[in-house]
Design a protein around this ligand. Structure first.
Ligand SMILES: *Cc1c(COP(=O)(O)O)cnc(C)c1O
Length: 477
């Protein structure tokens, strides 16, 4: 391999092309972005004609790809019927139907639904609903939330306070709420389980830590414990150890606090079951849950708060109303789009497909990345996930690792950008492996549930080649 040659012969990057076009948008990236012109299924075509294969659904959002004819038709039909009514004056048909569908598919876990316009709004609403529940049921002294380090719950001040994501919090640390929001350890066995500990002992240590935190704050001051069922954008698809949520729920129950799950990314089929807790929380459903990304599949901005009988009863028996709301809540077109997405998932049996295609994706990843012929193998720390959601974590500290010089770039981000030039969209995440976010590189793959076998093969081939290319250019001789 001749790395120098490769880099000089490479065509102009998409980022370099994009940099020539002015933009009036305040971007979230230090680099300019290519412009998507059209999209169909898992392919996105740019304004320069280049076609990209989307291996990550944006941010684990586009769960049935772009342009599904049934969803497009449902959006058009709804626009012809009712485009907007305000949720303090009128309700609307798709919202009513979607709420019914979310409840009937929950296996008895939920009794009421509240709609919002995205994941952060959903988690913010969860926090407020949890507080409202205790205010109305006569426990106004409950003012504390406990969440976990290395977590993400949204980008509003409330959800950022709840979460513990060093990079996203940094500029706002001084104005976040430190009074009501508290954190315990992540459940991340591969990194933080001690070598002298069994999985059971690790879970017991985490349970004890949560119990201690309740004691420290005053057990009757805690509103709830909130966690991502499977951690997404912070550490890269990290499922909990066996028995973890059962243990954490037992602490909540002991002190009468709420058990809250954030399934904004992990829910709505992403892991091959409608709710992630069906597989990863020992089947224990939460008192309140947030969903969003896969709910609308990218066809509309929508999120939802799913409410158990306990909380629903608490509100119904008192004020009977949700003391929270937004202008676009239960938006008719958003609800119609979301309802159509959920019907497509059901009619096309896409949860099963997500499980099958995901198994194939993970076996290909393991086969290719861990092969002795793959120069990336020594750096692969973990390949984990389920359904259509996989995280590949890299580590460069092992004794088997040749030293690298990444010239100030984060490895995962370099891989993400190089992959884009090679025609696949993936998501790189840095700072996944230490509580302060200074170390760790992971790649997220979350293709559409209806992606084909051939597309999965293309994704893995290009992804592995990209990782090898970035590594080979970074070796210090
Ligand atoms: C994406 C995400 C959010 C925030 O959702 P937005 O729609 O971006 O506001 C909250 N929690 C988790 C777990 C997420 O992955």
């Amino acid at each position: 391999m001749a790395p120098a040659l490769l880099s000089t012969e490479r065509a102009e990057t998409l980022t370099a092309q994009a940099a020539r076009k002015p933009t009036s948008i305040l971007l979230r990236t230090p680099w300019r972005l290519p412009v998507a012109q059209s999209a169909e299924g898992s392919y996105v075509t740019l304004d320069n004609g280049k076609r990209l294969l989307d291996a990550v659904g944006g941010a684990a959002v586009a769960c049935i790809g772009n342009g599904h004819p049934k969803v497009v038709q449902a959006i058009k039909d709804q626009a012809d019927k009712v485009s907007y009514v305000y949720n303090m004056q009128l309700t609307n048909q798709p919202a009513e139907e979607l709420a019914k569908q979310l409840i009937s598919s929950s296996k008895g876990a939920f009794e009421l639904v509240g709609f919002v316009s995205g994941g952060s709004e959903a988690m913010e609403a969860v926090l407020k609903l949890a507080r409202q529940y205790f205010v109305e049921t006569g426990q106004p002294q409950r003012t504390n939330f406990i969440a976990r380090h290395l977590s993400f719950h949204g980008n509003t001040l409330g959800t950022l306070s709840l979460a513990s994501h060093a990079g996203r919090r940094a500029p706002y640390e001084a104005i976040l709420n430190h009074e009501s929001f508290h954190h315990v350890s992540p459940a991340y066995a591969k990194r933080f389980q001690r070598p002298d500990e069994t999985e059971e002992q690790y879970v017991e240590r985490l349970r004890q830590e949560l119990d201690d935190k309740f004691q420290e704050l005053g057990p009757d001051t805690v509103i709830g414990f909130a966690a991502e069922t499977v951690v997404g954008a912070t550490t890269g698809v990290v499922p909990p150890p066996k028995g973890y949520f059962k243990a954490m729920k037992s602490v909540c129950d002991k002190y009468g606090a709420l058990f809250i799950l954030d399934e904004v990314m992990s829910g709505m089929g992403r892991l091959g079951t409608l709710h992630a807790w069906e597989t990863f929380a020992d089947g224990i459903s939460p008192d309140i849950q947030a969903v969003a990304k896969g709910l609308g599949g990218g066809y509309a901005s929508i999120g939802a708060v799913l409410i158990s009988k306990r909380v629903a009863d608490g509100i119904r028996d008192t004020s009977g109303v949700w003391k929270h709301g937004h202008t676009y809540q239960a938006h008719p077109i958003a609800c119609a789009a979301s309802l159509a997405v959920q019907k497509v998932i059901e009619e096309e049996n896409l949860l099963e497909n997500a499980r099958k295609i995901g198994d194939y994706l993970s076996s290909l990843l393991r086969e290719k990345l861990l092969s002795p012929n793959c120069i990336a193998a020594p750096y692969v720390f973990d390949i984990r996930g389920a359904g259509c959601w996989w995280g590949i974590e890299f580590d460069f500290d092992g004794p088997q690792c040749r030293k690298l010089d990444l010239k100030g770039e984060k490895f995962a981000i370099a891989v993400q950008q190089r992959a884009l030039d090679k025609g696949i969209v993936i998501m790189g995440m840095a700072g996944t492996a230490s509580l302060d976010g200074s170390k760790g590189d992971a790649i997220l793959l979350s293709p559409a549930y209806n992606i084909s076998k051939e597309q999965i093969e293309e994704i893995v081939t290009v992804f592995v080649a990209t990782v090898e290319e970035v590594l080979s250019e970074s070796f210090v001789e």
